[in-house]
Design a protein around this ligand. Sequence first.
Ligand code: CP
Ligand code: NVA
Length: 308
Amino acid sequence: MDRRLVGRDFLTLADFTAEELTYLLDVADRLKADPLGTRSLVGKNLALLFEKPSMRTRVSFEVGMNQLGGHAIVLSPEQVQLGKRESICDVARVLSRYVDGIMVRTFAHTIVEELAEYADVPVINGLTDLLHPCQVLADLMTIREKKGRLAGIKLTYLGDGNNMANSLMLGGAIMGLAVTIATAPGCEPPAEISTRAEQLAAEYGGSVRIVHDPVAAVRGADVLYTDVWASMGQEAEAELKRAALRPYQLNSELVALAAPDCLVMHCLPAHYGEEITAEVGWGVHSVIYDQAENRLHAQKAILHELLG
Ligand code: CP
Ligand code: NVA
C-alpha cells in the first residue's frame, strides 16, 4: 500500500494535489469493486462528532469503518458540547488518547482547524459552514465513473454560494473541471474561496467563474448541481434566500439547455419544489443516489489511507 497520506488531516480539498485526489479516487474505485475485501482498520476506532444533523455522513462513516474491520463511535452534540462543556483543545487531546481518527461535523470551519491543530490523530471534515470535502470527493468519483474523465467537464452549480459551492469550486479547480457557479447577487461564495479556487484552477488547468444568469450558465453543461437554499444553521435566512434564488431552481427547462447526456447532481437532503423539482431530482439524468452511495466508498478510501 502507498503510505503517502497516512496521518494527514482531511479538512479541505485545497490541501491535496490533483495526483493525491486521483489516487484517493482510484482507491475508492477499488474498494467499491470489492467492499468487504479490505480489512485494513482492524482494531482501529473513529470518533464521529456531530454538532449538526446527519443521515448520509453518519451511516456511511459507520458502515465504512465496519467494512474495513474497525469501529465508529458516534458522539452527539449534547455529549461533547465542543467549546462549551470543555475546550476544543482538550476534546482533541483526550480523543487522541482513545481513537485513531476524528470525523467532525460542525459550524465554524475554524473549529475543525483547531481540533486538527491539537489532535494527534487525523481529523476529517464531515461538513462545516464553509466546506464539505467528503461530499465533493464522492461527487468527483461519481462524475468520473459516469463520464470516464474529470478534466474539461463543464459543471454548473445553481443556487446558494454555500459549503457545497465552495468545495465544488476547490475540488473542480484541482481536477481540471470548468466550474460555473450561478447564483443571485448577494449569495455568491466568499471571496477567500473563489480566489483560492482561481489560483488552483490556474495551477491545474481548470476554471472557475461566478455568474448571475442561470440560463447562460447551464447551456452545454455536462453536470448540473444544486443544493438547499438555506443550509443547516442558516434557517433564519430561508425566506430571503427562497425569494432571491427562485430563478436558479434546477427544473426541466434548465435541464433541456444542458448537454443531452448531462448528469443532475444534489448532495441531499433535497427540498423538492425549491432548489430542484421532483421531476428532475428523480428523472433520467439524476445520479443523486449514486452520489450518496459513493460517500461510502470515497470515505473508505480516506479512512484506509489516512488511518491505515
Ligand atoms: N450529504 C450529506 O452530507 O448528507 P447528511 O447531512 O445526511 O450527512
Ligand atoms: N449546504 C447543506 C449541505 C448538507 C449536506 C448544509 O450545509 O446544510
